[in-house]
Design a protein around this ligand. Sequence first.
Ligand code: ZN
Length: 460
Amino acid sequence: METDSSSSLIINPNTLNSKPTVIVIMGATGSGKSRLAIDLASQLQLQLPIEIINADSMQVYQGLDVLTNKVPLHDQKGVPHHLLGTISPEVEFTAKDFRDYAVPLINDITSRNHLPVIVGGTNYYIQALVSRFLLDESLGDTDDGCFDETKGDKEPHMQLMLDQENFSYSYESLKAIDPVAANRIHPNDHRKISQYLRLYTSCGGLPSKYLQEKTMENWGDGDNLRYNCCFICVDASLPVIDTYVDQRVDQMVNSGLLQEVYDIFNPDAVYTRGLRQAIGVREFEDFLKVYNCQELTITSIEKLKENMDTISCSSCENPLKQLLEDAIDKVKLNTRRLVRRQKRRLNRLQTLFGWNIHYVDATECLSCFTEESWTENVVKPSIQIIQSHFEKDTKCGFDARNVSNGVKLMERDLWTQHICKACGNKVLRGAYEWEQHKQGRSHRKRVCRLRKSGVSGLDG
Ligand SMILES: [Zn+2]
């Protein structure tokens, strides 16, 4: 593609803002994010070499290259890719792990005056990376971020005062002083009760009021994003993505998806950790169990493809054929569900978190891919978005106008208890914790399991 040389920018993105600039390419699975990132590397006239950091929770693992749709080396066009197929498939790679790997990577990339481009559909990875709030339910207690734990040490006179008063750090006294705050915590959470009461003694105001203001500050402030982010979302209409996803699954099956899954197939494996959680692994379990028994004498991976063709062409009475078709249908269905989840979360990142996400529409490209339509509808608009981001040096990809509704919602919701029925009536305090909980793996698994057993009316 020819790019108008007058629009070419020669800038060092790291001098514009005290924070490093990162481009974040998001979007549902199958929308073409990876391809866009690679095309940007050759077509963006910033005089800055691009390096890509993968933010797809399944592509980080070694193995299942076809199933997880990793960009093959020859399609990477020499653009460096990080965190793509580098993690052992047996370990659980959490959002916190992702952040801990990606932050030093970004430091390194920007120190070489290259531009980091984060690409991936795992929104909680991206959130953990760019937001100061870490979305990982195992860490819990995120609102503690507004407490300075060392405060007591820094201000010995306060400590003394507390001691002199021989303050009883009881739930009852907190309830008497600040029922709103008390309502928010568990009666046995002594650490928090003590924190709230200390806060009351040191600040004089109600802890709930103070924390509410503090939380609003954190939420409503774009400066709390770790980077100067330019968010681009590759979007497409749902029916078009659905059709595309179906085609892609069939293609994957033809390109050897079964062989890959067969390789890691192990009837005793844990399917809730590491790479085996990928959509398209578990779905083939029933098929592979039966296949394994029947083909025990002639089984070999080389033979599988041949056998697969035989099974696909066999008559409907062949139980293996039925199992295979069911499995493929399940992969399609679960991928479509994932697409919907991803879209919902992206929407929330904008409305609730105030991320200034720029959408580019790949609908036309997905329904009939032509190089021209891709360039016109996706690549060129993205280049414009990035260039105007650099020109305006927009404040960290955060737009206060976006949150106006979200803020209202949070003011109302901040101190509301949510009870998660799926997780044994676990109490979540405030919209943030609730959002976070709903995105957590264990919650999603429970909801999924309960739905399968016919329980309705669950949040997720
Ligand atoms: Zn739950």
